[in-house]
Design a protein around this ligand. Structure first.
Ligand SMILES: Cc1cc2nc3c(=O)[nH]c(=O)nc-3n(C[C@H](O)[C@H](O)[C@H](O)COP(=O)(O)OP(=O)(O)OC[C@H]3O[C@@H](n4cnc5c(N)ncnc54)[C@H](O)[C@@H]3O)c2cc1C
Length: 475
């Protein structure tokens, strides 16, 4: 990769804050850059620097690479607990799959196959064609025909105040950084309607009060842009975690696992990283890909600017718990309802996985609890939560009785090295945090999905790594 291939502009302030650019092989036999975290952001940063001839050491707290790309390889159909799929516009993600020779598989069709997920409120199914007239439907007139999982995103897309989604960080967008609750209220949603459209199963935040509408409007623009590149959703054949494993295998430098970083000290001449096991590593620069949800437990000296400190301490991360269950017989054929469910019960949402011997065969169900429901599952603990999920499903759908097996519960909120799923912004936080939260601090540079400004998800993590590498190289 040639330096000219980096196409985005750097903040001049960011460069001014750090030491002189690093050049390749400046310190024979020594490490040039320590990368913290072996998720896709850390791995992409390490690879990018190695392409420029720098020697890189990666420190990872877990005993595996991949972070939020995590596949349960021991369960049927290799269920994904983390990253699921990428769109046709994921140039970096698709590029990495090609570079490492991994086969991509189109998974969008597998999710669209069969009947669409069914709505279950108060334990009873409500077919789509009866929803608009249902007495349980609290939506305003223009939204009554939309299912609860559609109404909020339809409203954000229909009334998106960003004519160009790439302007979401410009000062002109600052007044738009209101809560989703305020945004939906302005569209005629009552509090009951907002609760059903968002709070029962939120992708961001716990309630619509604590998520920024501006962030969601940017997200809608990003997805639209993805769709303009093509309609496909791609996963890695055999499990997504094969991608970070393959990325790690391309690195020349060491990746040390089980290295929980507890302190980063940026001095005049060197940066020093200390781990929980007492080991200490030094290099002229550090790239830190740790989510702020875990960075806030790391002792960083000389410390951040006041706004950065607030961002590190308070950037919220989504609460999400996932269960994986299988069925020994197709109970959905027996009762005639869709295998997929969206509920207001302890079941959360139930999504069939079609990774059996043929593309239409259901290999299991991913059950998701988001927001407050995630906390409920976590408080119950895996064993009790799984038992209650099975009991509720059998109660709502008697045809499932005796046919279900609960395999695993996985909580991103409880994961020591993530403490939450993806980062999101609360109302007002975009203008407060984004301009400075990823700026270099002494010899330390920051990347990770939470620091990206142009993309979302996996592509965001990869994007952020390029920016951090460019900073280190002083390009
Ligand atoms: C359930 C779920 C579904 C998703 N679905 C999609 C999707 O369909 N499409 C999409 O584009 N994106 C999706 N994503 C998002 C995508 O997976 C992430 O954006 C991306 O993987 C984040 O990469 P990262 O490197 O920034 O962070 P991470 O993967 O979290 O990497 C950070 C690394 O730092 C390590 N670490 C943390 N603290 C320490 C410490 N103190 N010391 C040492 N190491 C530490 C962690 O172990 C981890 O390996 C999903 C995520 C989840 C959880």
């Amino acid at each position: 990769m040639h330096r000219r291939q980096f196409t985005f502009a750097l903040g001049a302030a960011g460069l001014a804050a750090v030491a002189a650019p690093l050049r390749a092989a400046t310190r024979p036999g020594k490490i040039d850059v320590i990368v913290l975290g072996a998720g896709v952001a850390g791995l992409n940063a390490a690879w990018t620097l190695e392409q420029e001839g720098l020697r890189v050491l990666v420190l990872e707290g877990r005993q595996r690479v991949g972070g939020r790309v995590h596949t349960l390889f021991d369960l049927p159909g290799y269920p994904e607990m983390g990253f699921n799929s990428m769109g046709d516009g994921y140039g970096r993600g698709i590029g990495w799959a090609k570079r490492t020779g991994l086969e991509l598989v189109e998974v969008g069709q597998r999710y669209r196959m069969g009947k669409e997920q069914g709505l279950w409120l108060g334990g009873k199914p409500i077919p789509r064609d009866q929803w608009a007239a249902s007495p349980l439907n609290p939506f305003p007139k223009d939204y009554r025909a939309f299912m609860p999982w559609e109404a909020s995103s339809v409203a954000v897309a229909k009334h998106n105040r960003l004519t160009d989604y790439t302007t979401w960080l410009e000062p002109s967008a600052r007044p738009l950084d209101i809560s989703l609750n305020a945004f939906l209220t302005a569209q005629g949603f009552s509090q009951d309607a907002i609760r059903l459209a968002n709070d029962v199963s939120p992708f961001h935040g716990t309630t619509a009060h604590d998520v920024s509408a501006l962030m969601l409007e940017f997200g809608v623009g990003f997805v639209k842009n993805q769709l303009s590149a093509g309609p496909n959703s791609w996963s890695i054949k055999g499990g997504n975690e094969r991608l970070p494993k393959a990325m790690a295998a391309t690195l020349k430098g060491d990746i040390l696992l089980g290295k929980e970083v507890v302190a980063i000290d940026s001095r005049a001449d060197v940066a020093e990283v200390r781990c929980a096991d007492g080991s200490v590593y030094q290099a002229p620069r550090v790239i830190c890909s740790l989510p702020f949800s875990t960075l806030r437990n790391v002792h960083v000296t000389p410390g951040f600017t006041p706004l950065q400190s607030r961002a590190v301490a308070s950037l919220p991360y989504q609460r999400l718990s996932i269960a994986f269950i299988t069925a020994s017989a197709p109970f959905w054929d027996a009762d005639g309802h869709s295998p997929g469910m969206w509920t207001d019960s302890i079941l959360g949402s139930v999504t069939p996985q079609r990774y059996g011997s043929s593309v239409d065969q259901i290999s299991g169900f991913v059950v998701q609890a988001r927001g407050q429901l995630s906390d409920v599952w976590d408080r119950l603990g895996p064993q009790t939560a799984l038992a209650r999920i099975v009991a509720k499903l059998e109660e709502m759908r008697p045809a499932a009785k005796g046919k279900l097996k609960a395999h695993r519960m996985f909580s991103w909120t409880q994961e020591y090295f993530n403490a939450g799923d993806w980062a999101y912004f609360g109302p007002g936080q975009i203008a407060d945090f984004v301009p400075t939260m990823a700026q270099p601090s002494g010899r330390v540079h920051f990347c990770g999905e939470h620091t990206a400004t142009a993309a979302r998800g996996l592509e965001a993590a990869l994007e952020s790594a390029e920016r951090a590498a460019v900073e280190v190289l002083g390009l």
